[in-house]
Design a protein around this ligand. Structure first.
Ligand code: SF4
Length: 310
């Protein structure tokens, strides 16, 4: 298996003495194979980006493991450079990852330079990269602020793909792009995956894109996974009431199709003090007495769900 996340927990201290704990991620497990896109979906604040940051080793988990090809990278004092370069990231905000003082050529050259290539040796590689992400030579001398959002995002993707990674965490990579650029970017990611057998952890709240991109989907609510399955199974036969509500909110073109939107009551509770029993119990239309005291666990074979009623 390419990536295994085992019982991952990430708590952040809160309050003056950091004694209270915000349970951003609370026991999440999944695995991702080569050439597979695994999507993590859920509302803002559910913990999906925190999972991505733990997988990238940008933050250390409180407990649990992240394994890359069987190696527990979250347990290493420092992840070796050779492993780091095989795990890359694409972020929503390419601006934040591009040095505003560097020109496009230097930004594209940077991954190669870090890995020991000089400008002469890297030139051909940068040219190939430019062709792959459709960056024209006239942009090479520009600074990031002189580019459009789509061009900046393509450069961010090019940098992530430069060293032929085996695994990429893509955190809302299309969220800041307009529709035509979104389609180009998703095509690019799919093509790269087909050619290089790369695995993706695709983090998004946009279920329309997830449906197009992902092989499997995991739905996250308040730090926990509530449903995991193949994309077709989850979208066509959602079992968890939260997943059903999310899917019912996807805009449809045919308003006469008769799909009914499920409106959830209330807000997402604070991860500082999550509800006892099922974390979704404060908003679930099917909540029973047992739901308020007993926490449901994920059960099932390929399509797993954490709900007492399923
Ligand atoms: Fe709703 Fe109960 Fe299922 Fe939780 S366990 S999702 S409250 S029915």
């Amino acid at each position: 298996m390419l990536i295994e996340v085992v019982n991952l927990k990430k708590y952040f201290g809160s309050g003056v003495f950091k004694k209270s704990k915000i349970k951003a991620v609370d026991g999440v497990s999944f695995e991702i194979g080569r050439n597979e896109t695994f999507a993590l979906v859920g509302e803002s604040g559910c913990g999906k980006s925190t999972v991505g940051r733990c997988v990238l080793d940008l933050i250390r988990p409180t407990d649990g493991q992240v394994r890359f090809k069987g190696m527990n990278i979250s347990g290493m004092n420092e992840v070796p450079h050779d492993i780091r370069k095989r795990i890359q990231a694409i972020f929503q905000d390419a601006d934040g990852t591009l040095n505003p003082r560097m020109k496009v050529f230097d930004l594209m050259m940077e991954p190669y330079r870090i890995n020991g290539l000089n400008n002469g040796q890297g030139k051909k590689k940068v040219a190939d990269l430019m062709e792959m992400v459709n960056i024209t030579p006239d942009l090479l001398g520009r600074y990031p602020h002189e580019l459009s959002g789509g061009q900046r995002q393509r450069i961010g993707i090019a940098r992530a793909m430069a060293l032929n990674p085996e695994f990429i965490v893509a955190d809302e990579p299309a969220a800041s792009l307009d529709l035509s650029v979104q389609a180009q970017m998703l095509d690019l990611m799919k093509k790269f995956q087909a050619e290089h057998d790369v695995g993706y952890l695709y983090i998004s709240h946009n279920l329309k894109i997830v449906k197009l991109m992902a092989d499997r989907v995991a739905v996250m609510y308040l730090g926990k996974l509530v449903e995991v399955g193949k994309t077709g199974d989850v979208f066509n036969c959602a079992k968890h009431p939260y997943t059903q509500a999310l899917i019912s909110a996807i805009p449809v073109h045919n308003t006469r199709a008769g799909r009914k939107r499920i409106l959830l009551k209330g807000d997402v509770p604070s991860p500082l003090n999550p509800p006892a029993g099922c974390r979704f119990s404060t908003r679930c239309p099917y909540c029973e007495k047992k739901c308020r005291t007993e926490e449901p666990i994920l059960v099932g074979d390929k399509h797993i769900v954490a709900c007492h009623l399923r």
